[in-house]
Design a protein around this ligand. Sequence first.
Ligand code: SAM
Ligand code: FES
Length: 362
Amino acid sequence: MRPNPAARLAELRDPHFAPRLPLVAEVLALLRAQGDDLAALYASTVGDDVHLRGIIEFSNYCRNDCAYCGIRRGSGDVPRYRMTPAAIVAQAARARQWGCATVVLQSGEDPWFTAARLCEVVRAIREAGVLAVTLSVGVRPLDELRQFKAAGCDRYLLRFETSNRRLFEHIHPDESLARRLRCLRDLDTAGLQVGSGFMIGLPDTPLATLARDILFASRLELDMIGCGPFLAHPDTPLGGKPLLADCEIYFKTMALLRLFNPWAHIPATTAFDALTAGGRNRVLQVGANVFMPNVTPGEFRRLYQLYPNKPCVDEDGAACAMCVRGRLAGLGRPVGVGPGHSQRPDRKAAGTPAAADRKTPS
Ligand code: SAM
Ligand code: FES
């Protein structure tokens, strides 16, 4: 029998219904929803407060050669840069003044940034009054993750990129899916709030793969879910690969992730603005509740182009922080206060910092 999207949506939203994740076929039906079913999918996914996390892209050195990424090791023409620890700390302190309560530090897999150096940076940023620090620096061993936590790091982002093992290994010559998933478990063991996610619309993948990725991300019970469209970078092996024929699929994916993960923090990732004008605004309207203004110093932005059409490469951090407030005001969305820690009920019950955080899930 063909799954009925409207009936399934009603069940999923019913607080008395024992939550069960849908089957792949049901997710596929929801991804194909049109008309009233689509309106119903989008209707109840609008959040309220939006947390600002300033992102600093502090190094574009990378030892990996991921087939989709504009700063991969093999992108020989990209001039490489690495901010000094002192410059990163100073920029994070500025981001705080610009209204970003928390920061995300992201880089390629750069071995120069040893655990000791990153810990020094995290510690200094926390001492400068930034309420929380997220690291996004690739796969690291458990003992390093524990050091990050002890230094004051709160959260960590590491996408699994795709749950299809064959595809993962095809596009990641230096990595295995098992190793990445192991690192996600280690993050939990180290007591860090865990963020993960995938690229939507990787080339030559059927819609069922996307449905499986949505379910896979939801089964991980993540604190944060970061997803964005795959955008072909011309200087990579996946250059020239097309977008999904139906642009709505990108937004339906985000709405489904919100539906299946009511407690997760979900950012409106930058790649949505590269996909289509106002893309991030739309994602905020279908379930996202986090915005990450780019607070990387202007001189480095053009050198951290993971994909084409990256927005704001000619801006500076202050401009981006101002601009996001205007966007949110236009959408009638208040800026979240406090560190915006995990809202997962089990984390709150365990007395993690989330317990001290604000009210209801967005
Ligand atoms: N090195 C860290 C890691 O691998 O987790 C963080 C940096 S990595 C560049 C951040 C994310 O950028 C990746 O997880 C990937 O999903 C995304 N990304 C890279 N190239 C992309 C592309 N061409 N289109 C969309 N997203 C891309
Ligand atoms: Fe390393 Fe993209 S290949 S950050």
